[in-house]
Design a protein around this ligand. Structure first.
Ligand SMILES: [Ca+2]
Ligand SMILES: [Ca+2]
Length: 367
């Protein structure tokens, strides 16, 4: 059975009425989504203007354009760049091909950073929303130094599901400016819907194509900084020499060097890419709107692809603070069920650009 969207489920339940009333009772947002400069996010490298919404999320405008989506790198070349990886992992990348030109026909505002704990907390306080991990009582995943993956049924790197874990607690300390984790795809939909309703704008998750376009920011290399994984820790918060001591059996997979963070980093701790976007690579995986399809690139339209019409799992992109460099490439695709809540997965949002109405067709002068 195809999963039902959160909004559909909300509208079909008594809870929807309570939520709707909570929204209606809200005071007007302290500020509208009208663009204004953000006092703290003006990255010198990113000349692009930054705008902030009513929850304090900064957005930058991504231009319309075209890019080469995906990767067709042969396994032999990848093996040279990532010699520590088992060969089987290099042969499992068919979903990144074929590489094709994709056009993004409309500009859009994209979150300059991942959604933070503080921003999500303000949403929860204003709306009364309960994250899926709390609403269903099964919790999320978290880091527990006493937990041994080898002793668990699934062998997962993290403990869960467990009610002690949620977006409020991934098992390690997070500041309000860290990326929020343990949210489901449905939670992301609820956040976007609430922002849309309260601000009168159109918020949504980026499509998978928009996400990769924005990650690449005009580049066609493995990472926004280039092809070489060696300096990745200078550019992103990934599984590095700061994280490896906590998972010594994966030491060989850690990026060389120190990015300064064993767990999540405050968003924007690393330099922005060429379009002014931080942490597209690393820190938290990011939900996108598409259903996953292993062969979806071969069947996608060239313009504004939206992904398969149906599916079982939703795509997440970009890698996280716990991700090996190979899986933090701009082209890499991963997925989870829309109910998944996990210690590594967060999101960033799109706010659509207001499109002025098309000019009326000129009337033909009768002859
Ligand atoms: Ca790190
Ligand atoms: Ca990220």
């Amino acid at each position: 059975m195809a999963p039902v969207s959160c909004i559909q489920r909300l509208l079909g339940s008594p809870r929807a009425w309570g939520l709707a009333l909570a929204w209606a009772a809200l005071p007007a947002p302290a500020q509208t989504a009208a663009p204004r400069p953000h006092p703290t996010q003006a990255a010198p490298r990113a000349a692009a203007a930054v705008w902030v919404n009513s929850l304090g999320m900064p957005f930058v405008r991504v231009p319309a354009g075209r890019f080469l989506r995906g990767s067709s790198e042969p396994a032999e070349r990848l093996a040279q760049a990532y010699p520590q990886l088992e060969r089987g992992r290099l042969d499992d990348l068919a979903d990144e091909a074929p590489v094709r030109t994709v056009r993004i026909t409309r500009p859009f505002y994209l979150g300059q950073t991942e959604v933070t704990v503080g921003q999500f907390r303000r949403f929860v306080q204003a709306s009364g929303y309960r994250a899926e991990s709390e609403a269903d009582g099964t919790g999320g995943y978290g880091y527990n130094p006493a937990y041994d993956p080898a002793q668990s049924a699934r062998g997962d790197a993290f403990e869960g599901r467990d009610a002690r874990y949620s977006w409020r607690n991934p098992g390690f300390a997070q500041g309000e400016d860290h990326p929020v984790l343990n949210l489901t795809w449905h939670d992301a939909q609820a956040l976007a819907a609430w922002l849309s309703a309260t601000e009168g704008q159109r918020y949504r998750l980026p499509t998978e194509a928009e996400w990769e376009y924005a990650c690449r920011a005009g580049t066609s290399t493995r990472y926004p900084h280039g092809d070489d994984p060696a300096p990745l820790a200078q550019h992103a918060n990934v599984f590095d020499q700061d994280a490896a001591p906590y998972w010594p059996r994966w030491q060989a997979q850690a990026a060389p060097g120190h990015d300064g963070h064993a767990f999540t980093a405050p968003v924007g701790s690393h330099a922005a890419n060429a379009w002014g976007l931080h942490d597209m690579v690393g820190n938290a995986w990011e939900w996108v709107s598409d259903w996953y399809g292993e062969d979806s690139y071969a069947h996608a339209p060239r313009d504004d692809p939206q992904g398969p019409a149906t599916g079982q799992v939703r795509v997440r992109r970009g890698g996280s603070w716990h991700t090996w460099p190979f899986y933090a490439r701009c082209a890499f695709r991963n997925w989870n069920t829309p109910q998944t809540r996990y210690t590594l997965v967060g999101l960033r949002l799109v706010r659509e650009v207001d499109v002025p109405p098309a000019p009326r067709a000129r009337q033909r002068t009768p002859r």
